[in-house]
Design a protein around this ligand. Structure first.
Ligand SMILES: [Zn+2]
Length: 416
């Protein structure tokens, strides 16, 4: 057993200090991936890790890996990590907390001269946000083999600059081969980005997984006609069909305890005195389980048919299956939370995180702390110092107490 306590004041100061890299009005951060501000915070992180005896490696998509050796030279490292990039108008905590809390854990061990059996590793994943280069979670996705180098390099931002050009411009195309750096486990601390923990006045969310998500494009065709001379019962109003589908999908989501959102909608050749002839809309549906999402999809398909018959076309444009984090890692987090006396509840993440892809190649779990009003991707994003400290302490307990299973590991890295 150990007696190590993280330095909450230092953690908080570090969060506040590093928010100067890419600071924007309103106390937020605009630190797009592979920007100058991103380079500066990366350089800073590198220095801080070396200052406490860690060696830093960077892979060919800019993922940073800081290693603190353990007493068992043969053991794979136990990793902590998240991302330092932000949305254009992001806050001080999303992703950042997970990296800086990991740094605080390493600093605490260094100050105490503590020797852990397992090497520990702090990871800063490149382009989690997907705000400059789509898709999101690109660095962790490449690491897990979901995307390849060519795909990553060819992503282009709104100014026509490619990921490959941007990473070379800031000098962060490292030499470590993709996926070569392996972990025995990874723990990601993150703000919840939702309102549940705050509502329940709970300190810690033990994140059991990430909900299944599916995106659809719908095109509904009616018949354009005069708004004044076409009787109400003789219309084929594509927007009215769309409205019924949108509200019906929301009702289905409530019934199945899932989520349904239409965030994009457009009327082709809109005119105020023409009955809409063609409407296209997006539909984002989510559910904690793949089965639940399948059932919601079937219900929505029935609804679309009942409203529109053959007038509607539905395409799936993105599908992300539900993620269930590793039982061993979750047990470790549960124990850790108990040991530090924090209140906790299980929670399913509504948003994607680097841990989603990492969980494909290493046992993984996440730890959430509350954030004010569940607000994120906003300069006003805020978390309480006390919660950040508890989260970091839970992270420390987790990485030091995690028992690596000797059997075949979940998310086996090699496919024969
Ligand atoms: Zn994040």
């Amino acid at each position: 057993m150990h007696n190590l306590t993280i330095d909450g004041e230092r953690l908080w100061q570090t969060i506040m200090e590093t928010s100067a890299f890419g600071a924007i009005a309103g106390g937020g951060i605009g630190r797009l991936t592979l920007s100058e501000a991103d380079r500066n915070v990366r350089d800073w992180l590198w220095e801080q890790c070396e200052a406490i005896g860690c060696s830093v490696k960077v892979d060919t998509v800019g993922n940073m890996f800081a290693l603190r050796p353990g007493t068992n030279g043969n053991a794979l490292p136990i990793a902590m990590g998240s991302h330092l990039d932000t949305q254009p108008t992001g806050g001080k905590f999303d992703g950042i907390l997970g990296v800086l809390a990991g740094l605080e854990v390493l600093r605490t061990l260094h100050d105490a001269g503590y020797e852990a059996e397992h090497p520990l590793m702090l990871v800063n994943w490149t382009n989690e946000e997907g705000a400059r280069f789509a898709p999101a979670m690109l660095g962790s996705g490449v690491h897990a083999g979901v995307f390849d180098q060519t795909f990553a390099d060819s992503r282009v931002d709104a100014d026509g600059v490619s990921f490959g050009e941007a990473i070379d411009a800031i000098g962060y195309r490292g030499k470590a081969p993709l996926g070569e750096t392996r972990f025995a486990a990874m723990f990601e601390l993150h703000i919840e980005q939702g309102p549940l923990l705050e509502r329940d006045t709970t300190d810690i969310g033990i994140v059991t997984g990430v909900q299944a998500m599916r995106w659809y494009d719908l095109a509904i065709t009616g018949r354009e006609a005069h708004a004044g001379s076409t009787p109400m019962d003789m219309r084929c109003d594509a927007l009215a069909y769309a409205a019924a589908v949108i509200l019906g999908a929301q009702e289905i989501a409530r019934r199945f305890k899932g989520m349904a959102t239409t965030g994009q909608l457009s009327i082709a050749s809109p005119s105020r005195n023409v009955i809409p002839g063609t409407v296209t809309l997006s539909l984002d549906m989510r559910h904690p389980t793949d089965d639940g999402l399948d059932q919601m999809e079937a219900e929505v398909a029935k609804l679309v048919w009942s409203q529109c018959q053959e007038r509607a076309r539905t395409d799936v444009v993105w599908n992300s299956p539900a993620v269930h984090f590793d039982a061993g890692c979750l047990a470790t987090v549960r124990q850790a939370v108990k040991r530090i006396g924090a209140s906790a509840r299980d929670i399913v993440s509504g948003a994607g995180h680097d841990a989603v892809y990492v969980s494909r190649v290493a046992p993984t779990a996440m730890i959430f702390i509350p954030c004010r009003e569940g607000l994120s991707h906003n300069p006003a994003e805020s978390a309480e110092k006390g919660h950040c400290v508890l989260g970091a302490q839970a992270l420390l307990e987790s990485v030091l107490s995690h028992k690596v299973s000797r059997g075949p590991q979940q998310g086996a890295t090699e496919t024969p």
